[in-house]
Design a protein around this ligand. Structure first.
Ligand SMILES: [Mg+2]
Length: 259
């Protein structure tokens, strides 16, 4: 009986639109006592808000969500002065470890131990300028993730990787990356799911590489970034399914008698 790491964007929902039946499809596995950790590289919103959205989609209260903001916050020391280029989810995660956090819109002077970059929907030239300036002045550069895009109902939108690239280019510095498929997120998931699990996601380069790093099976779903015309992907897949409900049905058959 596996535990589960399930991606959100492109698997459970596309922007504000749920993937039909996706959240509900896991209810049966949860009822069996299996653990599901929803794992997203999207750092801009708060994990607790995503958990509330999952409950509104039919999942039980107490559902677990980890974000790349949680992963990058583990790399930050409580004593640090941090410049945050990102949304409220990233800001709160950094504050939760005790760091002093300044928004990138507000600081064009000052000394910082770290600049942490996440998806920032208020991005403008001034914020990039401040972040790059702080890195050139000696701050370490961290990124929640480097996904090039994320999917919503309109197609692919610019991801955090596009923003990180701007700061890295302007500062001449390479970031330390925390989210999927990097080690800080893998470390967080090993702690949460010590008996291991399957990884379900829509991206080979993040979800698939994460599964490879963990040594856990990767289930690729075709409801998000990866389409059937993109196959084959260049990471090992245990299963390719149209969407999460189809993936759950397949895994039900791998573990007969468990449902
Ligand atoms: Mg995804």
């Amino acid at each position: 009986m596996p535990d589960w790491v399930v991606d959100l964007d492109g698997v459970v929902w596309l922007g504000a639109e749920p993937v039909p039946g996706a959240a509900e499809s896991l209810s049966g596995r949860l009822a069996l006592g299996e653990r599901v950790v929803f794992c997203t590289n999207n750092s801009s919103e708060r994990g607790q808000d995503k958990a509330a959205a999952l409950v509104s989609h039919g999942l039980p209260k107490g559902v677990e969500v980890v974000t790349s903001a949680d992963a990058v916050a583990r790399l930050v020391e409580p004593s640090w002065n941090v410049l945050c280029l990102g949304g409220p989810g990233l800001r709160e995660a950094l504050q939760s470890v005790g760091a002093s956090v300044v928004d990138s819109a507000e600081a064009d002077t000052g000394s910082f131990d770290a600049v942490v970059v996440g998806l920032d929907r208020q991005l403008d030239y001034h914020r990039i300028d401040n972040a790059a300036r702080a890195v050139r002045n000696g701050a370490r550069l961290f990124a929640s993730n480097t996904d090039s895009t994320f999917p919503d109902t309109t197609g692919l939108r610019p991801g955090c990787g596009a923003i990180v690239a701007a700061v890295a280019t302007a500062s001449g510095s390479s970031p330390i990356v925390a989210g999927k498929p990097e080690e800080p997120m893998a470390d967080l998931l090993r702690e949460r799911l010590p008996r291991g699990g399957v990884v379900v996601g829509d991206r080979a380069d993040t979800d698939g590489r994460l599964a490879e790093r963990l040594g856990w099976p990767f289930v690729l779903v075709l409801s998000g970034v990866t389409r059937r015309s993109d196959l084959p992907v260049d990471v090992p897949t245990a299963c390719i399914a149209e969407d999460l409900p189809a993936a759950v049905r397949t895994l039900d058959s791998w573990y007969p008698g468990s449902v």
